[in-house]
Write a protein that binds this ligand. Structure first.
Ligand code: FES
Length: 127
């Protein structure tokens, strides 16, 4: 069974352009990034080691966020690392603004053993 879960996380005004903010949506750590009026949401945990990408620097022009530990830069559009040492992508989620609130949508697949896994949703939308 698949489900999309849209969760308001904080007011759009609470995040400055060029910054990232960590939120936890249904147990999933998500890094929400704002660049001007565009929002992005990707998995917060670096795939090289368990480091929060939200603590990294946002590269606005490249639409990337840099892991603060070893410097891999992850695409905010695809979740793919553009630089080593990370080689695996982080998931990408949908982020939007509704009534002034940032809303993050995660897809949840319930698998046979009862454990829930997160299915990335490609794409994002601005304000
Ligand atoms: S922990 Fe992120 S690049 Fe190493």
């Amino acid at each position: 069974m698949n489900a999309q879960v849209a969760t308001p996380v904080f007011a759009f005004d609470e995040i400055e352009s060029g910054t990232a903010r960590k939120v936890v949506v249904r147990g999933v750590a998500v890094s929400v990034v704002r660049i001007d009026d565009d929002l992005y949401a990707i998995g917060d945990v670096c795939t090289h080691a368990e480091i929060s990408l939200s603590d990294g620097e946002v590269w606005c022009e490249e639409r990337q966020i840099e892991c603060p530990k070893h410097g891999s830069a992850f695409s905010l559009l695809t979740g793919e690392p553009a630089t080593f040492p990370a080689t695996q992508p982080v998931p990408v989620f949908e982020a939007s603004v509704l009534d002034g609130q940032v809303v993050v949508t995660v897809g949840i697949d319930d698998v046979d053993d009862g454990a829930a896994t997160i299915r990335p949703t490609i794409g994002n939308s601005g304000s």
